[in-house]
Design a binder for this molecule. Sequence first.
Ligand code: GLP
Length: 248
Amino acid sequence: MNIIIADDYNGMSLKAAGVVAEFINKNPGALLCFAAGNTPAGMFEELIKMHKSKEVDLSSVYYAELDEWVGLGYSDRGSCCQVMFDNYYTPAGIPKEKIHIFDGLDKDTKTQCRLMEDWIAAHGGIGLTVLGIGMNGHIGFNEPYVPDTKGCFVVPLDNVTKSVSIKYFDRPLPVEYGITIGWSTLKDAKNVILIADGEKKAQIVEASLRGPMDPSVPASLMQDHPALTVIIDKGAATRIRGRFSPFR
Ligand code: GLP
């Protein structure tokens, strides 16, 4: 595990964008999978700047959506696809045919899972995934104790996730389920980046990185990934400083 601690959110975003851009430049045609949520917003901004200044071609790779709230679509502010299109795909000018998303409005979730699994398989698996960490340690919508099942599935949302969800929405939305790429498939990604910022995440970052690998904290299950890079800011690193060395 390579751990990079940036001074602040901007530093974390810049570093993560640099690592992603380097990967894209070396691996055109690869499949990437980005978390939505608030954490990657700064990284997306940096990547788009780099795209515009031609340091990287964000259209040279393919994308798989990590997760979605079941029942929500693009017109719901705070849905994963709204966040991804408005913060990344549209400003980066990524052609639609390079993107595969879960349709959260489709009641046939089995088909949605199968289509995503087919998309991932057709692109030779995920080359790089950038994952946020939920307040309960979830990655995507892999909530605590989600089983080790390959592929994609629908998960009942944990109470922590439901209460945190209101920060994304502009009106009360009764979300109960998430559809997600499963952690076991994410773990098959050739490269994994975990990002987190702020002291609010310090406790769950500690549990994810230094606690036992435990299904109660899904992010901890990534600890033994052979190509895991953790990029966090000093706030999120508050409880682990001194326990890993060297810091970079
Ligand atoms: C959300 C999403 C995840 C995201 C995580 C952290 O609920 N399901 O994909 O990475 O929780 O979100 P944030 O970055 O807003 O803290």
